[in-house]
Design a protein around this ligand. Structure first.
Ligand SMILES: [Zn+2]
Length: 92
């Protein structure tokens, strides 16, 4: 089955009881099976991809223990970083 995902797709997951909201864009490393969680960069507060998430368990794991080592490729160099953020200009 062909299931194209537009790279500009934004998925918003809300929990109205807790008043929480999470935003996702397709992961470039696994566009049909994973999503990049968007949250604030810890250095500049720009909203950037911080984790690849393929399931609710992945999301829970990230929210329980954010691990900078597991940041997706898209984190470094994302244009949403502030111009002087150390994460804004380098890709690893
Ligand atoms: Zn940043």
């Amino acid at each position: 089955m062909d299931c194209p995902v537009n790279p500009g797709t934004l998925v918003v997951l809300t929990d109205p009881v807790a008043g929480k909201e999470w935003r996702f864009i397709p992961s470039s490393s696994a566009p049909l099976t994973a999503w990049c969680l968007l949250q604030e960069c810890p250095q500049c507060a720009g909203v950037v991809p911080v984790a690849d998430v393929a399931s609710f368990a992945d999301l829970g794991d990230y929210l329980d223990r954010p691990d900078p080592v597991l940041r997706p490729f898209e984190f470094n160099g994302d244009p949403a970083h502030h111009y002087d953020c150390p994460n804004g200009t380098t890709r690893q």
